[in-house]
Design a protein around this ligand. Structure first.
Ligand SMILES: [Zn+2]
Length: 322
């Protein structure tokens, strides 16, 4: 699921009261949500941990501070505490005619609860609603009670398993993308600069880190993050995880109906921009080497229509890094 990390918001006061700012933010969240929906559901067979992925993004009223972000509350209405922020086109949620601004009242027999009266600037309520969905069996239909313009109805959404991961758009001026094994984070600046094909390539790379268990395997290998990570054995192991995430990413893109060549094109066209920023590090391959390696993996992808549920690089997820 996609969520905005409200804690990262460093907004000018004018932006905070302007509903247009929040509408634009919803569009960015919707792009992330659709890309995440496509990549996680199309690649569910490659993931050990799956969860119901109906194609819904939720948000809750207490994510937006009453005094600091009044524009958000006006832009989104919030007749109920938890509402649909966006729906991925083509998803089971869309087929069930669940729409943006519908309220989520219950998951199965469990009512969605609202925030404490003075709660603000927290994702607790949204996360609790999200968790209600995540604990349902991924292979079974999902029963949701939603409310559209004051009229409640219960819908049974067909089973839609997807790789278990959260996805967040990070606000603020930075240009970062990361996966800690639980959450994939991509800076809002990427969405401002690049089209969805490029964003999908970035998200697929980060989701690959999750699927290949890189965080846990690097920790098990005793590597050091930070400056010490730039040298010697640490750097070599980080570099290997980068190469493997790139290799798997083009398979994820292909399975989700994205052009895997977009990853190659992105690094050829924009690698210099990325490399000049936070990505400049001896632990990351140069943009040209990266594009060449991606192109080599694209060249060995199965032909269109053939199944691609066991890419060779997937076997590395159980190997210890040394
Ligand atoms: Zn990476």
């Amino acid at each position: 699921m996609v969520r905005v990390a409200a804690i990262m918001v460093a907004l000018a006061a004018a932006a905070a009261v302007d509903p247009a700012y929040w509408t634009a933010l919803r569009t960015v969240d919707g792009r992330m949500g659709t890309i995440a929906y496509r990549l996680t559901t199309a690649n569910a067979a490659l993931c050990r941990e799956v969860e119901p992925t109906p194609g819904l993004q939720l948000h809750a009223i207490d994510q937006y501070a009453i005094d600091a972000q009044p524009g958000a509350r006006r832009a989104f209405g919030f007749a109920r505490p938890v509402q649909v922020e966006a729906v991925a086109p083509g998803s089971p949620a869309a087929a069930a005619r669940i729409a943006a601004d519908d309220a989520l009242l219950a998951v199965g027999d469990t009512a969605v609860t609202g925030p404490a009266p003075d709660a603000a600037d927290t994702s607790v309520t949204r996360d609790a609603a999200q968790a209600l969905i995540a604990v349902q069996p991924a292979g079974r239909p999902l029963t949701l009670t939603v409310e559209h313009r004051g009229v409640a109805r219960t819908v049974v959404v067909p089973a839609s398993p997807g790789c278990r991961s959260a996805f967040e758009v990070l606000l603020g001026p930075g240009m970062t993308a990361s996966s800690d094994g639980r959450v994939v984070q991509v800076s809002v600046r990427f969405f401002e600069r690049y089209d969805d094909a490029a964003i999908a390539a970035i998200v697929a790379h980060e989701l690959s880190h999750t699927i290949l268990r890189h965080r846990a395997r690097l920790e098990a290998a005793g590597v050091h993050w930070g400056l010490a990570g730039e040298f010697g054995r640490n750097a070599r192991l980080f570099r290997r995880t980068e190469d493997d995430a790139d290799r798997l990413s083009v398979h994820l893109l292909r399975n989700a109906g994205y052009d895997p060549g977009a990853a190659v094109a992105f690094w050829r066209a924009h690698g210099g921009e990325i490399d000049a920023g936070l990505f400049r590090s001896p632990t990351h391959p140069s943009p040209r080497a990266r594009a060449d390696a991606l192109a080599a993996e694209v060249a060995i992808l199965p032909p269109p229509g053939a199944r691609d549920d066991a890419p060779a690089v997937l076997a590395t997820r159980d190997q210890s890094l040394r």
